[in-house]
Structure formats: C-alpha cells, structure tokens
Design a protein around this ligand. Sequence first.
Ligand SMILES: NC(=O)CC[C@H](N)C(=O)O
Length: 309
Amino acid sequence: MDCRSDQELLEIVHGSRLHTAKGKVADYIPALAKADPDSLSVAMAFPDGNCYSAGDVEKKATLQSISKVVALALALLDNGEEYVFHRVGMEPTGDPFNSIIKLETTKPHKPLNPMINAGALAVTSMIKGDSLDERLSRLIQLCELITGERGIGYNEEVAMSELETADLNRSLAYYLKQYDVIEGDVEAVMELYTKQCAIEMSCVGLAKIGLVLAMDGKDPLTGETILPPRVASICKTFMVTCGMYNASGEFAIRVGVPAKSGVSGGIMAAVPYRCGIGIFGPSLDERGNSIAGWDLMEQMSKKYDLSMF
Ligand SMILES: NC(=O)CC[C@H](N)C(=O)O
C-alpha cells in the first residue's frame, strides 16, 4: 500500500525526529552551521500527481552533494557516456566523500565515481557554456525542468562560505588538473561547484527529482521525456552504489532504494516506478548522512515495502 495522506507521514516524522539530538549539523562549511538541528521535513511524490508531505515542508535548504546527480545528468547530455567515463570511474570507494587517498593510489589517476567530491568536481568541469553564469543557469534550468518548479536559485551566503573554506576540494581539483582530468581554470570550476552545491529547494523539489528518475526520466503526468532513460538509469545506479557515501552498502540492505544525500541533511530517493522521496534534516551522523532522514527512510521502506531487492 502506498502512502495516502500527510498524516501518515507526520506520524513517521514524529518518531524519526527523536533521532536529531544524536547527530550534528555540518560546520566545515561555516554557513551550514546555522541550520536548525531539530528541523525535519519529508515529501513523497507519486506518478498520479499526488504529493504528500510533513514536517517543516516550506523550509528550503541547499542541495550540496545531491546536486552531483543533476550535474552528472547534464554532463552526460553535454558530452556523452564515453567522454565522461574516460575521466571518471564507476566504482564505489568505501572512503569518505572528500577523501583524496584513492586519487593517488588508483592508476590512471581518475576519480573512482561521480558521487565523491573528486569525481563531482571533474563532472562539473564538463558542463558546457560560454561563461560560468551560463553553465550555472543551464544546471538550474535542468533542475527547474525536472522539478517543474520555476525561480530556483542558489544561496549566495552558503556558496561564498564554501568557496572561502574549500581548501580540501581545491586540492582535489588541482590534483585532477595535473592529470588532465580537469581542463581549464580550477578556480572557475570551484566557483561553479560551490554555487551548484548551494542550489536551494524544499523537500518537495527533491521528491520531484526522485520521481522523474524513478520513472526513467519521464514526467509521469505529461509523458514528456525530461532525461533520456539511459541517463536516468546511470544516475540511479550510482545512487545505489555510491549515493549515501561510505554507508551506501548498509543503506541498500536497510532501505533498498536508490538515494543521494548531501551534508545539508538532504536525501533524494527514487523508488522505481513508485515514487520520489525528498527529505531535509540537517543533523548528520558520523558519515555525513541526515540521521533522522536515514531513520525516516528505514521506517518508510518498512511501512510501504519500498526495497527493490
Ligand atoms: N557531501 C556533501 O554534501 C559535500 C558537498 C560539499 N559542497 C562539499 O563539497 O564538501
């Protein structure tokens, strides 16, 4: 049985909210430390157009690593599979998202997948456009097309805060430039990447992204192809193998759906042919996933039998 009311979700939110106290808001990007650790919101979007939600649904938050999925889709559309995977691999790392270690030990020196920071920086550098503004607006336009929402923007304070403190990401990007994985100006890539990570939406927007991926790239109401099925399939596969950082294996066992998280506490999930799920809950566990969001996903997976395995 699928969810049929906001009230059903509210009951699950009440239970999961108890977990927020056990986690911690990300503070390595100083502006993210301002988030309310007790905040929690969830939305489930269905192919029939119904969307149920509960918690602090109106609150917008930044995508952070969830943006890596949309950026990958755009880089694939711009360059094709062969070009992209010549520069970025397809394997999970088992390491934290910002780790540099395998970049040096793997030969050739290309990032192992597009969901870790090194891989995402390479992918972002492949987005086409004549200027940084054009590249960013193409990415935002794709977000608008997928969510069906207009007026999506990015949070300037969060973007600046990350750009000023992103020394680790900067070192990953310069390392990649050395080995020609990133071409062109590293600082421009850094600026685009931090703005991309700071794109803002509510949990409803996240659920809509999940829904389009769940429906193989189609808008279920109009039947319009928003992303080619192959692109949607690649995105979902990476979400299963690498979407929840170095907790992706455990998440597959406990929840069993393609999902991508971000350090703002977002989780975007695509339950094949059933629904899209969006969550924001800024309090994180030690691996950088929303602690209450993870619990919500587990409870929803049990209640609605969501696991694809
Ligand atoms: N895990 C994340 O959400 C990381 C995104 C963040 N902008 C970073 O690059 O560190």
